[in-house]
Design a protein around this ligand. Structure first.
Ligand code: BGC
Length: 286
């Protein structure tokens, strides 16, 4: 056999490796805040790629059940689970249920988040705390349970090159200051450093942790920014790629970050924002 000929066994192995890289078959994911918006899109994307998915939600049983039904009728595996991500016992119960049902957890998508907007001088402590509790402490509590499970289980080479993946859904407002949304911007800045610190802390244990920072995506959180023609026109001035994002734009990035295609990527933030972070006002000026 000359050096350029590949043996049959190697061919089969390479083929299997390619398949493993492109699918999440056999893997198990938890997506928080998955009953609507970006979380729903990501849950469906991961399920399409082959993962069994826990559809977490805090309110809206019907919507969560709808997402689960849609995943199941497309041939996927899904389970609804109600838990407030800022509540330690509820998060622990969610991980116990996921592990009982699916055996383990390979992927966590820390997506649950909310906005409670107010001019800073009027912002109440309750408004500040609510946003930090859900958007930042929620990511801490879920990531901690996921990492405990990843460390317990270690790498299962047939499924993935890494012992586990966490995707933190952040926002362009982890770098773009946002007047009137100080609690939200502070929470997302916090998510960014939480993600990088965990990535540094656990890379040696083969755990990959990355973030996706979406720009303006059509979801219930920001309907006022794109439902009227005037609002959409104002928004488009901030988006060089000149379209408002769709949840599938984020879902595709999440599938890539969860798969072995991104195996050498950790501690990174992927801005999926149509160029919103490129200071578009500077196209003419500066
Ligand atoms: C916010 C949206 C906003 C977008 C761009 C997101 O993080 O949740 O309300 O439209 O950033 O400003």
């Amino acid at each position: 056999m000359d050096a350029n000929t590949t043996c049959d066994v190697c061919e089969v192995r390479m083929h299997e490796a390619r398949i493993r890289e492109t699918t999440l078959d056999g893997q198990r994911a938890i997506v928080t805040g998955a009953n609507s918006g970006i979380g729903e899109g990501i849950a469906k994307g991961l399920a399409e790629a082959g993962a069994a998915v826990v559809v977490n939600y805090v309110r809206g049983d019907d919507q969560a059940q709808r997402v689960v039904d849609e995943i199941r009728s497309a041939g996927g595996r899904a389970l609804p689970f109600q838990a407030d991500v800022s509540n330690e016992e509820e998060v622990q119960a969610m991980f116990r249920r996921a592990i009982d049902e699916f055996g383990t957890v390979d992927i966590l998508v820390n997506n649950a988040g909310l906005q409670v907007d107010a001019p800073f001088h009027d912002m109440t402590l309750a408004q500040w705390r609510k946003v930090i509790d859900v958007n930042l402490t929620g990511q801490f509590l879920c990531a901690r349970e996921a990492i405990r499970e990843f460390l317990r289980r270690g790498v299962v080479a047939e499924l993935s090159c890494s012992a586990g993946k966490i995707i933190c859904v952040s926002s362009v407002h982890d770098v773009i200051p946002w007047a009137g949304h100080a609690n939200y911007a502070a929470s997302k800045g916090g998510v960014s450093m939480l993600m990088k610190t965990l990535a540094q802390e656990y890379a040696m244990r083969k755990i990959r942790i990355n973030a996706i920072s979406p720009g303006a995506i059509k979801t219930p959180i920001n309907t006022s920014a794109w439902t009227t023609k005037d609002a959409e026109a104002a928004l488009l001035k901030l988006i060089p790629y000149y379209r408002v994002g769709e949840t599938r734009d984020i879902a595709r990035a999440a599938v890539w970050l969860a798969s072995d295609h991104s195996d050498y990527v950790t501690g990174a933030t992927l801005y999926v924002d149509g160029g919103m972070t490129l200071y578009p006002e500077f196209r003419e000026g500066g």
